[in-house]
Design a protein around this ligand. Structure first.
Ligand code: FAD
Length: 287
């Protein structure tokens, strides 16, 4: 199918972008990498009056190390994240996750801002943003707002973005010493959206888990931080008993969807498998 006719705008500044967003309101759609928007246009699932292509906006495609951590512009493409030594050094969780995002052709165009703004519950980068305790910078005519990733994702394809705002960057704070990061997902085929996935950070003291952030994706309406499972691990070695206790705690925290790809029971099971795999690996690496 071909998209319904639309006007195409390519603003050269944020001010021009905000003018267009004001002019078209709900009838205007931001285009970044187009890897999600273009298929939905072609299938006529969305029929906006105007497409507002932000690829020419200056300054949104840089990855910068700062004293506080790492700032990644919204237009940084997945492929650039994959190749960035700064990302590998300061946000290794993102470096681990990126090869799982679609296929090479999709990563060549898709952007981090697009992934965050889209808020697909099975996407890798929103879960990484929550696990890294990152901040999403959104900008509108009245200025910028920094929103904790944990508050940014509200539900399926729903975020804290207000009308007239766009995502301009993500800031990943420098992790305190001792944190180790792990990422794993289970999908029918490599490159498919995950049936279940886990972005995790663990800090050990000796052989015991001192802190943990376990953020699951594909198993809810948004990235799910499994606080009860984290609590079941704190102060314990990540042995079979502790992992089983964390797995039981996880069951109560997840309400996964069922669809043609997998039932809720399958997704719950996969989440437990991922928890045991990732946490035991991190504990082993740290000991
Ligand atoms: P676009 O498609 O341009 O936009 C997506 C949405 O976000 C639109 O509604 C747009 O208006 C809005 N938007 C974009 N940028 C901004 C911004 N800066 N501020 C506000 N709103 C904005 N993704 C995964 O995470 N994991 C996968 O496994 C995966 N597999 C895929 C497989 C296929 C076959 C395809 C076609 C896509 C897949 N994707 C996957 C999606 C891909 O990662 C997209 O790149 C991503 O979802 C959106 O990024 P984009 O830059 O292409 O955004």
């Amino acid at each position: 199918m071909k998209p319904a006719p639309f006007e195409y705008h390519r603003p050269a500044s944020l001010a021009e972008t905000f003018d267009l967003l004001d002019r078209y309101g709900d009838d205007g759609r931001i285009l970044a990498g187009g890897q999600s928007l273009v298929p939905t246009l072609n299938m006529r699932l969305v029929t906006p009056r105007a497409v507002i292509d932000i690829n020419r906006l200056p300054g949104l495609d840089a990855i910068r190390a700062t004293p506080e951590g790492l700032t990644i512009g919204a237009l940084v493409r997945h492929e650039a994240l994959e190749r960035s030594a700064l990302v590998t050094e300061h946000a290794s969780l993102i470096a681990m996750a990126i090869p799982h995002v679609g296929h090479a052709a999709i990563r060549a165009r898709g952007t981090i801002g697009g992934s965050l703004a889209l808020a697909d519950p099975a996407a890798e980068l929103p879960a990484c943003a929550v696990a890294l305790q990152a901040t999403i910078r959104v900008t509108g005519r009245r200025g910028g707002r920094d929103i904790a990733a944990a508050d940014f994702f509200r539900g399926i394809y729903t975020t804290a973005l207000e009308p007239g705002e766009i995502v301009t960057a993500i800031a990943v704070p420098r992790a305190a010493a001792g944190w180790r990061w792990g990422f794993e997902e289970l999908a029918r085929r490599h490159g498919d959206f995950a049936l279940a996935g886990l972005a995790a950070g663990v800090r050990l003291e000796g052989a015991a888990v001192a802190e943990a952030w376990l953020v699951f994706f594909g198993v809810g309406t948004k990235p799910v931080r499994a606080r009860a499972a984290e609590a079941a691990l704190i102060g314990r070695r990540a042995d079979t008993d502790a992992l089983a206790a964390a797995g039981r705690a996880l069951d109560g925290a997840l309400d996964p969807p069922g669809d043609i790809h997998g039932s809720p029971a399958l997704r719950r099971h996969l989440a437990r498998v991922l928890l045991a795999r990732v946490v035991s690996r991190l504990a082993e690496e740290g000991s």
